[in-house]
Design a binder for this molecule. Structure first.
Ligand code: TRP
Ligand code: SF4
Length: 327
């Protein structure tokens, strides 16, 4: 019997290379080894974009197309929208009844996001409950393994605490405790050298065409101390070079590092080479994306089929939960 794996991603903004390298490429590798569920968290997205239904609709569709194109295999894994499986919302409600308020108030992401994000009103009941919904996502499938980045560890810890509390209060062992599977991937820098993140507006969307990708890469920040072509550069602090480590062959990458240090190559040439390599790596992705773009009906069908499959497991768990709690 395969173990169950669940992970989630919010449909807010375009899928970018940071998401792909840090999370999605890992999902693609893991999908065969587990009973895998990949959930597009559109209800979670409502905590921040409840004022823009058009954008949510667009982001949702694009995310599904990007994930299928990136290699999530509809015959292997279950890729679906959270809101297509209403059991998520129902379990969230039940778990919210027994989750002590202080547990939520002390989740570190709660205060930090509140402080960081100023353009949206996060002072809502739903935003405080964000990690309860995430716990419901995970527990609904009795997931053993949850691949996430380090920033999500407090949410995983809370999911375990909620599972323990539910089991304790109902004298059951209904929920196993989910374990995080950390993706050990160095933070991918964005165009400005800070961590690639949609909140910084420095992302490289994976869905860009070749004609869009190249000029964007040419805008990437380089070693800030290298002002003139004749100045030697330092690849160790250059975000462009971080990408060469991922997209360029080892030999050529070492050669570029030497050329950079001896002012033997200019930054524009170095970036053009990177753009070329990134574009080359996206050939298959782009072919698949064109296919799915031209057949949105197929995308919708695949998602519906997956949601139906997810509901089989979800409704079973929810029945057990209701029985245990006396509903
Ligand atoms: N909170 C996660 C994030 O922002 C997304 C998410 C929602 C998730 N539900 C999940 C991740 C369940 C793992 C498991 O990245
Ligand atoms: Fe960065 Fe390349 Fe310029 Fe060196 S040559 S600073 S690695 S962009």
């Amino acid at each position: 019997m395969k173990q169950t794996l669940l992970s989630g991603i919010q449909p807010t903004g375009k899928l970018h290379l940071g998401n792909y390298l840090g999370a999605v490429s890992n999902w693609v590798k893991l999908q065969h080894d587990y009973n895998a569920f990949f959930m597009m968290a559109d209800l979670h997205a409502l905590t921040s974009i409840y004022e823009n239904p058009e954008k949510l609709r667009e982001d949702k569709l694009n995310l599904a197309i990007d994930l299928f194109s990136a290699g999530i295999d509809p015959d292997t894994a279950c890729l679906y929208y959270q809101s297509d499986v209403p059991e998520h919302a129902e379990l969230h409600l039940i778990l919210s009844m027994m989750t002590p308020l202080p547990w939520l108030e002390r989740v570190p992401t709660y205060k930090s996001k509140m402080a960081e994000i100023k353009d949206k009103d996060l002072n809502t009941y739903g935003f405080l409950g964000y990690p309860v919904l995430q716990a419901a996502d995970i527990l609904l499938f009795k997931a053993d393994i949850v691949p996430v980045g380090e920033d999500q560890l407090p949410h995983l810890e809370l999911a375990r605490e909620i599972a323990r509390r539910f089991n304790h209060l109902t004298h059951t062992t209904l929920f196993p405790e989910p374990q995080a599977k950390l993706t050990h991937y160095p933070a991918v820098p964005g165009l400005d050298g800070r961590k690639m993140s949609k909140s910084y507006g420095n992302t490289i969307p994976i869905s860009l065409s070749e004609a869009e990708m190249t000029p964007l890469i040419l805008k990437m920040m380089t070693d800030p101390n290298r002002k003139l072509l004749a100045d030697p550069g330092n690849p160790d602090i250059c975000p462009v070079f971080t990408f060469h480590k991922i997209y360029t062959s080892t030999d050529r990458k070492d050669e570029l590092a030497n050329l950079c240090r001896t002012a033997g190559i200019g930054c524009v040439a170095c970036k053009k080479e990177l753009a070329h390599n990134i574009n080359a790596s996206l050939t298959q992705f782009r072919a698949k994306r064109n296919h799915f773009e031209s057949d949105r009906g197929e995308v919708q069908n695949l998602l519906k089929k997956s949601a139906k499959k997810a509901r089989e497991t979800a409704s079973k768990t929810l029945s057990e939960v209701k029985a245990a709690i006396g509903l």
